[in-house]
Design a protein around this ligand. Structure first.
Ligand SMILES: *[C@@H]1O[C@H](CO)[C@@H](O)[C@H](O)[C@H]1NC(C)=O
Ligand SMILES: *[C@@H]1O[C@H](CO)[C@@H](O)[C@H](O)[C@H]1NC(C)=O
Length: 402
């Protein structure tokens, strides 16, 4: 299918970079032939693309940096990833270390041997955190948005010396690669009894891809308009607060787009909540006019959603099957200087209870320097508040020594 124009602001260019196994589409601003400006890499979330950084890229370039936003594996105009069927796709190609490798290869291809700052939003905050965790020498600082880093994996400990009963308890409690596999045990049945289901596990089902992808262009537009609106600062349903613990009862405090009605698809969940919205909420937001939304509609209409959904499958797979690479980092914190900047109206900040606390109290970050919640802003920080995102990045790296 033909590629539509990307409607890029002044100063941003688009090209494809061939690495070992991917042809990575990037948006960039501030490049020089000498590669003499420090590099900043920006990682988008779901259902987004590099385009989500369109208002941040020129600001970073104006501040003297070379800013690059790739379409990550599975998204947008990046090709070369495994597009086989739900059953046949090799999900290890979407593993956490594979996503880090994609960025390390891209940076090398661009002619750089280090990154001044890696910033990530939503599931891109997970890959940014993994970059900083796995290569603190290469990624000199890290900025996370919407998805706080919930810490390294907690492995079964001292099981060799425990008696038999204690040993089986310890094994049952850990070993799921620190991802969401083990935390999930039993919670789905409990949620189902309350008539709800967790979106990450819905996103991992075979039917989620077709539910979201087999739509006409008008339906993709309506779905994405609703999804962006409902998670933004302008939906009155977003009044987030910390949750008590990882339990079904506490999770049901999250809106339908996170803890869905049991019998709905994501598009039908969105349609249900949008039915109560005034019609102007349906048409436009100042940060996402229809002509910009059309870029997302064009890209997801062409690629479908399965590439991005594969990221969720990796993290929810039973027994931590695809997150074993993460076990290597047990006991390790994010070492580079770190910032967390997020919308005050973003429920994503709290969907893993305790994660922000762990960043603040030194359990997951060795050097958290900035923690900011932006007034009036929901989940889409890079789009809703490019000024505050840019400010946090520049404040963090302004405090680094060369
Ligand atoms: C799901 O259940 C609710 C409540 O029973 C009902 O109103 C709704 O139509 C159902 N949705 C679908 C997609 O079946
Ligand atoms: C840090 O916060 C987490 C989550 O609330 C808690 O489990 C942990 O015990 C805390 N650690 C310290 C050292 O305070």
């Amino acid at each position: 299918m033909a590629l539509l124009p990307l409607l890029l602001p002044e100063g941003i260019t688009s090209r494809n970079i061939q690495t070992n196994d991917l042809n990575i589409h990037i948006l960039e601003a501030g490049q020089t032939p000498e590669n003499n400006k420090p590099l900043i890499v920006l990682l988008h979330g779901f259902p987004e693309i590099a385009y989500s950084w369109r208002r941040v890229l020129p600001k970073l370039a104006a501040a003297g940096f070379y800013a690059v936003a790739p379409d990550q594996r599975g998204f947008g105009r990046t090709t070369g990833w495994d597009t086989r069927s739900y059953e046949d796709v090799d999900l290890t190609t979407f593993s956490l270390s594979s996503l880090v490798r994609d960025i390390v290869l891209l940076v090398h291809a661009l002619g750089y041997r280090s990154v001044r700052c890696i910033a990530g939003h939503d599931c891109g905050a997970v890959s940014a955190a993994m970059c900083a965790l796995m290569r603190p020498d290469f990624f000199q600082s890290v900025v996370l948005m919407s998805h706080p880093f919930n810490g390294p994996p907690d492995l079964p400990f001292d099981t060799a010396n425990a008696d038999a009963t204690a040993r089986s308890d310890a094994v049952a409690a850990g070993g799921a690669g620190g991802a969401e596999g083990s935390a999930a045990a039993g919670i789905h049945d409990a949620l189902a009894e309350l008539g709800r289901k967790h979106y990450k596990w819905y996103y991992s089902t075979k039917q989620a891809g077709p539910d979201m992808s087999d739509l006409g262009p008008d339906e993709v537009h309506r779905f994405l308009r609703g999804y962006f609106h409902l998670k933004s600062g302008s939906w009155p349903g977003n009044r987030p607060h910390p949750l008590g613990k990882w339990s079904a009862a506490d999770l049901t405090e999250l809106p339908g787009y996170y803890i869905m009605p049991l019998n709905e698809t994501m598009p039908s969940t969105v349609a249900r909540d949008m039915a109560h919205e005034p019609s102007d909420g349906l048409t436009s937001e100042s940060w996402l006019p229809d002509e910009e939304l059309a870029v997302y509609v064009g890209e997801y209409g062409r690629t479908g959603f399965q590439g991005g959904l594969n990221w969720y499958r990796v993290r929810t797979a039973a027994g931590g099957r695809y997150t074993k690479d993460f076990d290597v980092f047990a006991g390790k914190k994010l070492e580079p200087p770190c910032a967390f900047v997020s919308g005050k109206l973003d429920w994503g900040n709290y969907q893993e209870p305790g994660a922000i606390e762990k960043m603040k109290n030194g359990t997951s970050c060795a050097d958290l320097r900035i923690l900011r919640f932006v007034d009036g802003v929901g989940h889409w920080t890079p789009q809703e508040s490019p000024e505050e995102v840019t400010r946090a990045i520049l404040d963090l790296i302004g405090g680094l020594h060369d």
